[in-house]
Design a protein around this ligand. Structure first.
Ligand SMILES: CN(C)c1nnc([C@H](N)S(N)(=O)=O)s1
Ligand SMILES: [Zn+2]
Length: 265
């Protein structure tokens, strides 16, 4: 919708994070994209996703100036994802969200142009092939990101612990301890049905190293829970002009002939 486009373009101008570099390495595998259902290809070889998260590896929550991130100890394979389209095991390093100023938009991916109010990204790196995130982020099979759409409806009980921590990290670069959070509670009940394609990070370095797995089933959160996301700020406490953290999503990129596969027919 035009208001959403205006908001995204406004953001591009206002927030350094969203000023796209002129040239991106390769540049034909960028994310996010619109998932066109009728163009997606059912692949019966795609297995169910296998997530195995240890809540004890949850370390902190912080405002990095474009979203808020919940970070996990990724020095061991205690919290991982495998299966699905993945050939290897991938270690969870963090999860974060993207959202709009209005419930009418906010997700980065869309499905047949349908916008969701927000999108959760669980970011993992290939620990079978690499020893650090920083190595994996440069490699074609380096990262695996699970995307989950958020729709406004009933309150999400598991999300509330996270929502209650947000006022403590209102400003950019604020961080607080955050422990014993199981990110599995944010996954939809059905994780067997998903779309998968090869793409990129949606914020700099925009590296084309991501196997995306976007869940078909969304989760519901309440209007009030999402309103607390919008109470965060892009700006640090010492900045003169405070800017509300909203519309922190990248504009959609062209599919460039890529195939989106579905795990369901
Ligand atoms: C360095 N990490 C973990 C990330 N860098 N960019 C990220 C993007 N926010 S996304 N949306 O996950 O591609 S995640
Ligand atoms: Zn993201």
């Amino acid at each position: 919708c035009c208001r959403m486009k205006e908001a995204a373009e406004h953001n591009m101008k206002m927030h350094p994070m969203w000023q796209e570099p002129l040239a991106i390495p390769g540049g034909d595998r960028q994310s996010p994209i619109d998932i066109v259902i009728r163009k997606s290809v059912y692949d019966s070889e795609l297995k169910p996703l296998v997530t195995d998260y240890d809540p004890q590896t949850c370390q902190q929550i912080w405002n990095n100036g474009y979203s808020f991130l919940v970070e996990y100890d990724d020095t061991t394979d205690k919290s991982t994802v495998k299966g699905g389209p993945l050939q290897d095991k991938y270690r969870l390093c963090q999860f974060h969200f993207h959202w709009g100023e209005s419930n009418a938009w906010g997700s980065e991916h869309t499905v047949d142009r349908k916008l969701f109010s927000a999108e959760l990204h669980l970011v993992h790196w290939n620990s079978d092939k690499y020893s650090l995130f920083e190595e994996a982020v440069m490699e074609e099979n380096g990262l695996a990101v699970i995307g989950v759409f958020l729709k406004v409806g009933k309150r999400h009980e598991g999300l509330q612990k996270l929502v209650d921590a947000l006022p403590a990290i209102r400003h950019k670069n604020s961080v607080v301890d955050f422990n014993r959070f199981d990110p599995a509670c944010l996954l939809p009940s059905n994780t067997d049905d998903y779309w998968t394609y090869h793409g990129s990070l949606t914020t700099p370095p925009l590296t084309e190293s991501v196997t995306w797995m976007v869940m078909k089933q969304h989760i519901e959160v309440s209007h009030d829970q999402l309103a607390v996301f919008r109470s965060l700020l892009f700006t640090a406490a010492d900045e003169e002009v405070q800017k509300g953290m909203v519309n922190n999503f990248r504009v959609q990129q062209s599919q460039c002939g890529r195939t989106v596969r579905s795990s369901f027919s």
